[in-house]
Design a protein around this ligand. Structure first.
Ligand code: ADP
Ligand code: ZN
Length: 293
């Protein structure tokens, strides 16, 4: 099966051709400019490629509800030119009849990890990206979670640690998870980009403390069978053992499952099986799901 994939980000779009097993055969990328120019670049890549379905994992907020009149729109983004843009409509008009799978980038990545990656075969998983922003996608009992809109897991309020004086970066909430722990918050708090901080810098202990606090809430609310942490900040692999320790401390023996209380936690909270391909493979997974729908 030849499938098309689009990982639509606020700064760049990645386009790819792949198959139903998550193999990427060909890929390209271009910067996110105006919607009109961006879709022209999409068409330039996919025209004549003979794909059977297309998956689009998209920056948000979006409307992924097939029954809604604004299905397929990027909705209230502050990104200039993109507010209320019908991206699925534009693509569908160019490729009439092509099955298109459309969801948030993180729901796509969660599905990709469940089809092909670290959560392969599981009917329950959580994918979290910690990068320029923080977002989460969840599979619960085999289905991607949407609900009223779609989850916005990066914006819940967290308790600020006593030794942290930083006021938080989120324009809506200040010290929400994203405001405290996304890449730009790390940079604002410490004055240098995350990738320039030594792996032993105290920034990482604080970062792990916030991540674990958020994970405890997800464990208590959606009870995922696997938690996958991706995004640029998680390139700091030394975060994982600290996150494991702080998550155990925070849950304090309340969730009596080996995945939490024993060393098995190392396989419970993990790096993406698909690495930095999680986004593109996620879009392939969305395409596969659309084809089978
Ligand atoms: P995006 O979220 O825009 O799709 P990324 O997931 O790459 O992109 O996240 C970018 C953010 O992650 C930036 O704030 C950057 O400073 C931070 N980042 C990227 N690489 C690293 C690294 N190796 N260590 C720490 N932070 C990083
Ligand atoms: Zn927020």
């Amino acid at each position: 099966m030849r499938l098309g994939a689009i990982e639509a980000g606020g700064t760049k779009f990645v386009v790819a051709i792949g198959d139903e097993n998550g193999n990427v055969l060909e890929r390209d990328a271009f910067p996110t400019t105006s919607p009109e120019e961006t879709v022209q670049n999409i068409f330039k890549f996919f025209d004549g490629k003979d794909i059977e379905a297309l998956g689009l994992g998209c920056f948000g907020p979006i409307d992924p509800d097939l029954k809604s009149p604004t299905y397929g729109y990027i909705t209230t983004t502050p990104k200039p030119g993109w507010t209320n843009y019908n991206i699925v409509g534009a693509i569908q008009e160019h490729y009439p009849g092509l099955p298109i799978g459309f969801d948030t980038d993180v729901n796509g990545a969660a599905l990709g990890e469940a089809y092909f990656g670290a959560a392969k075969g599981l009917d329950s998983a959580l994918y979290l990206t910690i990068g320029t922003g923080i977002g989460g996608g969840a599979i619960v009992e085999g289905n991607l979670v949407h609900g009223l809109l779609h989850p916005e897991m990066g914006h819940m309020m967290l308790t600020v640690r006593e030794d942290d004086q930083y006021a938080g970066k989120c324009p809506y909430h200040g010290t929400c998870f994203e405001g405290l722990a996304a890449g730009p918050a790390i940079e604002a708090r410490w004055g240098v980009k995350g990738n320039e901080l030594d792996e032993n810098h105290p920034a990482w202990d604080l970062e792990a403390w916030y991540i674990a606090q958020a994970l405890a809430i997800y464990v208590l609310t959606i009870s995922p069978k696997k938690i996958i942490l991706g995004g640029g900040v998680m390139h700091q692999k030394q975060l994982f053992p600290m996150v494991h320790k702080y998550l155990q401390e925070r849950l304090h023996g309340y969730i009596q499952k080996d995945e939490i209380t024993t060393d098995k936690i190392k396989e419970y909270v993990v790096y993406p099986g698909l690495g930095d391909n999680a986004g593109v493979c996620g879009a392939l997974a969305l395409a596969k799901m659309a084809k089978e729908r």
